[in-house]
Design a protein around this ligand. Structure first.
Ligand code: AMP
Ligand code: MG
Length: 346
């Protein structure tokens, strides 16, 4: 797929709101509230949009600018694609001594460790050495050698990541470890953006970073809800189903937005940390949960665990639901019972 095609698909993730695509700032009234949309902006390697309820355009612009500024800060710190970001820098020296990290990174690491334990290592932000190999493969078209894979595997493992919450430091047990928070940072940034919008007085809003979506307060849809369309992973621009959400988040992980094709085979950017191989079973996983950070971490976790184990995990969690599609049966959605109340019936 071309870079443009890929970006287009990403935009399709929140396709209903994306009716505004191409318009920089749209505005709609409902129940005496005005809704303003930022249009899509590039952020965290994907497309981001914010919709807010506001008194007028000036107030909306203020809300939107504040939230984008905050998300940019998070990206500057946690972007492991940037060799100068704090997260990349800490990976160079954390095997030598504890490295001081921000309160935000402490939170992200703490939540990540929680999901690593919950999933028995399927979710793991120490997966960096393996994702590095995957990224190189995407650029060069060459698969990593067995030696490279086993070398990378020896540097991956959440139990080798030592977080000292009280002193706000991070230490690595092994040299060559590398943090990659790409599976959780977007959701975390969405939650922070929602918090600041609420603090600034927005009575309703929706933040979407590349398919990590959270909405709060009054929305523009029927009954004040937010209508969110999930992209069909196998059909360009087709919506799989529509969700009606409020005070909820939904995150989608999939093999269709970022992948490499080598020898006719497609490789997902989501890695099973134990094998260092790309995951294959699920084409897309959407998780609905109150917080975006949890939905983000869990959609990646379920992608690694696969249908049976992944959905069993989701069913054990409170207020959490999932919709998955396997690569073998495109078009067939498998949902946990908890999704029913969110799905829009035509
Ligand atoms: P997402 O799109 O939220 O599912 O995140 C996928 C990204 O998270 C990848 O591009 C990698 O940077 C990183 N990643 C890949 N595999 C894992 C994993 N098993 N656990 C945590 N992060 C991962
Ligand atoms: Mg994720």
């Amino acid at each position: 797929m071309t870079e443009r095609g890929r970006k287009f698909l990403e935009i399709g993730v929140s396709a209903l709101i994306a009716a505004a695509l191409g318009v920089l700032f749209w505005h709609q009234s409902r129940n005496h509230l005005d809704f303003y949309n930022s249009g899509f902006r590039e952020m965290m390697g994907t497309f981001t949009q914010i919709t807010v309820a506001a008194r007028d355009e000036q107030q909306a612009q203020g809300f939107i600018d504040t939230a984008f500024e905050l998300m940019k800060q998070i990206n500057r710190e946690m972007n492991d694609h940037d060799p100068n970001s704090p997260i990349s820098q800490l990976s160079l020296t954390a095997h030598l001594q504890p490295v001081a990290v921000s309160p935000e990174l402490v939170e992200v690491i703490e939540t990540s460790l929680y999901y690593s334990k919950l999933s028995d290592g399927a979710f793991d932000i120490t997966v960096g050495p393996e994702t590095q190999l995957w990224r190189r493969m995407q650029k060069t078209g060459q698969k990593p050698s067995d030696d490279e894979l086993s070398e990378a595997r020896s540097k991956v493992g959440y139990e080798k990541l030592i977080l000292d919450k009280a002193n706000r430091t991070v230490k690595f047990a092994v040299e060559g470890m590398k943090l990659d928070v790409g599976a959780i940072a977007k959701g975390y940034a969405v939650d922070l953006a929602v918090k600041i919008l609420q603090e600034r007085g927005a009575v309703g809003g929706m933040v979407d970073i590349g398919g990590n979506i959270r909405c709060f307060g009054t929305g523009p849809g029927k009954g004040g809800l937010w209508l969110i369309g999930l992209q069909d992973p196998r059909k360009d621009n087709a919506i799989l189903l529509k969700l009606r959400l409020n005070e909820m988040s939904v995150a989608t992980s999939g093999d269709y937005r970022r992948f490499a094709v080598i020898g006719g085979q497609s490789y997902s950017h989501i890695i099973n940390p134990r094998s260092a191989g790309s995951v294959k079973e699920l084409a897309s996983v959407s998780v609905i949960a109150p917080l975006a950070v949890d939905a983000d971490a869990l959609s990646t976790t379920v992608s690694v665990l696969g249908k049976e184990k992944g959905l069993a995990l989701i069913e054990r969690l409170k207020d959490t639901a999932a919709i998955v599609m396997t690569t073998q049966e495109p078009g067939k959605m498998i949902q946990t019972p908890g999704t029913e109340r969110f799905v829009e019936k035509e």
